[in-house]
Design a protein around this ligand. Sequence first.
Ligand code: ARG
Length: 267
Amino acid sequence: MIKMATHWILTMLKFVILLSAVACALGGTVPEGLLPQLDGRIVGGTATTISSVPWQISLQRNGGHSCGGSIYSTKVVVTAAHCLQSVSASVLQVRAGSTYWNSGGVVSRVAAFRNHEGYNPNTMVNDIAVISLSSPLEFGSTIKAISLASSNPENGAAASVSGWGTLYYGSSTLPSQLQLVELNIVSQKNCASSAYGYGNSVTDSMICAYSADKDACQGDSGGPLVSGGVLVGVVSWGYGCAYPNYPGVYADVADLHSWVESAADSF
Ligand code: ARG
């Protein structure tokens, strides 16, 4: 009986996660009523300016913000693979160097993109992609690259995530000003342990970050999780946003950095 209940909960959790992933990819939110509406409050963060996180970009589809991303070089941006499902490069653009997703900075068209070949939308493994820009970025105080982590920060290390995602789970409004929130790293091992709610859904190419009432949320996907001045994660998925015992889950950059380097070289 207990086993059945556990199985059912896990099945539902996978379903909910899948729904959230689909909703993110569409730039939408999961229909109200389908999911528990808890209070969460880039949930719990503060408005910031681009100079604090000059590697942050807004990835846009048909002119609307759809995901975040990080500048890797003057011509290449790193984002999540789930942000680039069933889309053609011609409808995409990247805004860099602006505190606001809908004005300022510079806008570049997308020449091409590559999703990780091992990305699996059912399990969310290898949720990472690279984008090649049509016009190179000019670096300055508001536009800079960030280095990729080559080893993982320790469990509990200070980290921050930024983006233009919703301020609470279930919201349909994106803030126009960039938000930033401070979290703590939760190692893959710890994140998959009974200390949190995900169990074995959190696998090798993932790393988590948590702080009570703080999290990334819908629209932050693809964006930067930074610790020790390097990119350690790419916003990938989560159960709701800032729900107790459900950390945000990120693509593990230390694990995937070699893929990013060779994919970026292939453009
Ligand atoms: N998949 C979402 C998106 O595309 C990001 C979800 C992150 N969720 C979280 N609770 N950290 O924007």
